[in-house]
Ligand binder design. Structure first.
Ligand code: TUI
Length: 314
């Protein structure tokens, strides 16, 4: 069995995190992943702090195992959510889409393990200095808000730049991806898109169907012009947004085009107005299955690959 430092640090069986996907990763999904031996993570996204508190309590009613909360730093409620995770005594906080420096001391004082997503070496070094427990190095193959670098380029550089355990994210959906991440120096992996097919993932059936039918070229990045590039499925909405973005639509109108789009995808399955966040690896998500089965399956697949690495080298 593959055990890494991060398993001991967090008290989990498998070094597998479920990504904190806004509107998607609720208490029920997170609890299912944690029960399966990984780390389930509730996404705060742009939700009010009381919603996050409720989801933490739901997760804790379903599992005794460690649970994480992902704080999306561009959220208008980020300050309040940053306090709720302390009040509710969550085990792990991950952060995304920004710099969490101003919250680090309070979280550490509350004994919360802080694992920021970093998309650059500079941010990785800063987070180590401020006392991060580990780092998630997320490449631009991922869904949602994306950085510049790919996973294969970012992970080894972050591993070299700090002494912290690194969790690789972006483009990983099966045991081969897990093995590759370990070969790059990672101590764990974070998967988002693969968990969209989990039985416990309550997205609209249209969303699940679109992921299960996706092909290799099914995602695109929009939002570069406003400085917040986001990867999603190449739907009517994404193509219209892209046309507006490059067709010279004024900034404010462009911003309004995206308002509510995540909810429309996740809750309504609306392919004309909804933004279906997805990583590039969607084509390799092949069937619906329980979250716990996903966690075990990818680690069982990775083990012989790593043991035999690389058998044909003399
Ligand atoms: O955050 C994510 N993925 C997300 S957030 C999100 S909600 C959203 N909605 C509309 C527009 C933008 C976002 C959907 N998906 N992943 C983690 C991640 N963090 N990827 C990249 C980064 C990142 C980028 C820059 C982390 C730190 C960073 O630092 C910049 C700085 O402030 O110096």
């Amino acid at each position: 069995m593959i055990k890494s430092k991060i398993c001991d640090i967090l008290g989990i069986k498998y070094p597998v995190f479920q990504g904190g996907m806004a509107w998607i990763a609720d208490g029920k999904l997170a609890a299912a992943v944690s029960e399966g031996g990984g780390l389930g993570i509730i996404a705060a996204g742009n939700a009010p702090a009381e919603y996050v508190r409720e989801q933490i309590r739901i997760a804790k009613s379903l599992t005794q195992k460690p649970i994480g909360v992902n704080i999306m730093l561009m959220s208008p409620y980020a300050d309040e959510v940053a306090s709720v995770v302390i009040e509710e005594k969550v085990d792990v906080v991950t952060t995304g889409a920004g710099n969490p420096s101003k919250y680090m001391k309070n979280w550490k004082d509350a004994d919360i393990k802080v694992i920021p997503v970093v998309a650059s070496v500079a941010m990785a070094k800063l987070m180590q200095r401020l006392g991060a427990t580990a780092l998630i190095a997320e490449g631009g193959e991922s869904g949602g808000h994306v950085g510049e670098l790919t996973t294969i380029v970012l992970v080894p550089q972050v591993c070299d730049a700090t002494e912290l355990p690194v969790i690789a994210a972006g483009g990983i959906a099966d045991g081969r991806g897990v093995a590759a991440a370990f070969m790059l120096g990672a101590q764990g992996v974070q998967l988002g898109t693969r968990f969209l097919s989990a039985v416990e993932c309550s997205i609209h059936p249209v969303y699940k169907e679109k992921i299960l039918k996706a092909n290799d070229l099914c995602t695109m990045v929009t939002g570069k012009r406003l400085g917040h590039p986001v990867r999603s499925l190449r739907t009517i909405f994404a193509q219209n947004y892209s046309k507006a973005e490059y067709g010279g639509m004024p900034d404010e109108e462009l911003e309004n085009l995206a308002v509510g789009a995540l909810r429309l995808a996740v809750v309504e399955g609306d392919i004309e107005k909804g933004c279906f966040l997805s990583g590039q690896i969607a084509a390799m998500v092949k069937k619906e299955q329980p979250a716990a089965e996903i966690v075990k399956e990818i680690m069982d697949e990775a083990e012989p690959i790593l043991k035999g690495a690389i058998s044909w080298v003399e």
